[in-house]
Design a binder for this molecule. Structure first.
Ligand code: LLP
Length: 427
């Protein structure tokens, strides 16, 4: 288990800082990230790839966590980034990740985003369609540039994960059908605005059911790359995507070593450098969401623990039926008798339920809990639904900690709205 959890369970601290202290000073709900865990997990992944004898670079998927402080920690370790929007590109650059280590992915990049990426001197754009290839070439040519482009193929393999986060099936919107890829790659080589770099694949996220999907996808990439090189087309490197799962509950996801082994076995013979775009594996276990109990209420035959965090903060349970550990943050509560509880937020929908029937102690108003493994796809997926300000974010680093994003104020929530003057004065 990640050392974060051991620490939390031992002494209710993250790194060297008691979480209760952060909750008292900053209030709740608050996201807290551990710099030590981010560094340790990035390092473990890097080492596993190196030990397999791979020439590999790691490009952190900023969609998992785009906190500038988190990106900064990872950047300082030498990581690149995988971005999917102008906003993520700006965040990665602002955190000090060189453009030459950034990959731009995504199925709908605008001309403006393509132009910005080229202006910045991006490492590579992963194109997902023939239409996009033409668009990138046109934008680059107009700028007098040549865009480094990899082709994301849709390998039509089943990653065996939740349907909403599976991306490698033919029915998914992602990538170019692998049967069309060779022709499009040749077309790329003929376009003035494009330098073909290689192939990319990403079959889904939270992959826990073994390596079969990965192996099948990489085998497709290997076969295709071989065929392209056989035709004299340049292939410089291969992008293996992200997707490595983490144990939220009792899953047994493949290890980084297993992933490295699968890459080695399938793509190794080509002798090309490879790239990885992990998000969740690095950041997920490095973060918690702190929340306070507003009240406990008794339903007809259920106990509801109503928190001050809601689906607008952490949407994963509502959206994917995801399971997150919920840990009471008081040592005496750790040994109190347990009984089933539905843990819910105050938002006005039944979907605002974090878990049902979870064994938890009596949690009086004001009791603190931590949602575990909330460092990936937590804050980045937040909204202000029900006019709830975005939660605060904190980074812990050894004995030091700092607020890295103050809680959004109610004033800020209203500040960028305008009421047309023909509607009359508002106050
Ligand atoms: N590369 C590409 C092209 C991606 O689309 C993604 C994630 C990643 C890399 C990083 O995947 P990871 O290593 O984090 O699995 N919101 C969902 C997850 C959506 C993932 C989208 N793409 C969740 O909370 O489970």
């Amino acid at each position: 288990r990640p050392h974060l959890k051991a620490h939390v369970l031992d002494g209710l601290v993250m790194d060297d800082v008691p979480l209760v202290q952060i909750a008292q000073r900053v209030g709740t709900p608050t996201w807290v990230y551990s710099a030590a865990t981010l560094r340790r997990r990035y390092g473990a992944l890097r080492d596993a790839l190196a030990e397999a004898g791979l020439r590999a670079s790691i490009h952190f998927a900023a969609k998992a966590n785009d906190s500038l402080a988190v990106l900064r920690v990872i950047a300082a370790e030498g990581a690149g980034a995988d971005v999917v929007s102008e906003g993520e590109l700006r965040a990665a650059r602002a955190a000090g990740i060189p453009a030459g280590r950034i990959v731009f992915s995504g199925v709908g990049k605008t001309e403006r985003e393509i132009a910005l990426a080229l202006e910045e001197g991006i490492l590579q754009i992963n194109a997902e369609s023939a239409e996009e290839v033409e668009r990138i070439s046109a934008v680059a040519s107009a700028m007098g540039r040549v865009a480094p482009v990899s082709l994301r193929i849709n390998p039509d393999v089943d990653a065996r994960t939740h349907a909403k986060i599976s991306t490698g099936l033919a029915e998914n919107k992602f990538g170019i059908a692998y049967t069309d890829a060779a022709a499009l790659y040749a077309r790329m080589a003929s376009l003035p605005g494009i330098r073909p770099i290689g192939l990319a694949v990403h079959i889904g996220s939270q992959i826990t059911e073994g390596m079969a999907g990965y192996r099948a996808a990489y085998a497709r990439v290997a076969e295709l790359a071989q065929a392209l090189m056989g035709r004299g087309l340049p292939v410089e490197r291969l992008d293996c995507g992200g997707g490595l799962g983490i144990p939220y509950r009792d899953e047994l996801p493949p290890s980084p070593a297993a992933l490295a082994g699968a890459i080695k076995a399938t793509l190794g013979p080509l002798g090309l450098p490879v790239m990885l775009e992990p998000g969740r594996w690095i950041a997920g276990p490095a973060g918690v969401l702190l929340s306070s109990v507003v009240l406990q209420k008794r339903g007809q035959n259920r106990r509801f623990v109503v928190l001050d965090a809601a689906m607008n903060d952490l949407v994963r349970p509502a959206m994917y039926d995801a399971w997150h550990g919920i840990l009471p943050l008081a040592p005496d509560l750790l040994h109190a008798p347990l009984s089933p509880a539905d843990v819910v937020g105050p938002v006005c929908e039944s979907g605002d339920t974090f878990t049902r029937g979870r064994a938890l102690p009596d949690l009086p108003p004001g009791a603190l809990v931590a949602f575990l493994d909330a460092g990936a796809y937590g804050a980045t997926m937040s909204s202000t639904y029900n006019a709830r300000p975005l939660a605060a974010e904190v980074l812990v680093d050894g004995h030091r900690w700092a607020v890295t994003r103050p809680r959004q104020t109610h004033e800020a929530l209203l500040a960028n709205q305008l009421v047309p003057d023909w509607l009359g004065a508002t106050a």
